[in-house]
Design a protein around this ligand. Sequence first.
Ligand code: GDP
Ligand code: MG
Length: 152
Amino acid sequence: MSTEQTFIAIKPDGVQRGLVGPIISRFENRGYKLVALKLVTPGVAHLEAHYADLKDKPFFPGLVKYMASGPIAAMVWEGKDAVKTGRTLLGATNPLASAPGTIRGDYAIDVGRNVCHGSDSVENAKKEIALWFKPEELNSYKSASYDWVYEN
Ligand code: GDP
Ligand code: MG
């Protein structure tokens, strides 16, 4: 089984709008295991590093300002195909193109206020987890529901 970890973050708008609980529930209800969780307000340098691939985009300054505007709920979720399925749970980057039933499709309208982040590849998930968490902040345990979520 390809057990993966993915970095999921509830952005400042999601925290301010009281969506921490509903967004966490999407991942819990699906069967994923919470490995790390903290509320943080990172500095601009940290956010520029997180979004380094987008530094030449015209929206980059606004994106960093948005992300630095309040606390972020940073999380690591683990399970089978967690990276790809995490992105599916989030929905399309532009919420207007996100299907109803996805997080962005249910809770957001503007691309610049799309309430959540999810790693887009296993490689980037590893980088993002290392950027946001110290190794000792990642919890290792067997979920009580494991044998009821997975066949093998
Ligand atoms: P994601 O992986 O789905 O979050 O999308 P990207 O990695 O392409 O972009 C990162 C974040 O930048 C998105 O989640 C949006 O918050 C923001 N973003 C992306 N494209 C645009 C855009 O065209 N305009 C604005 N204002 N923000 C954007
Ligand atoms: Mg991205």
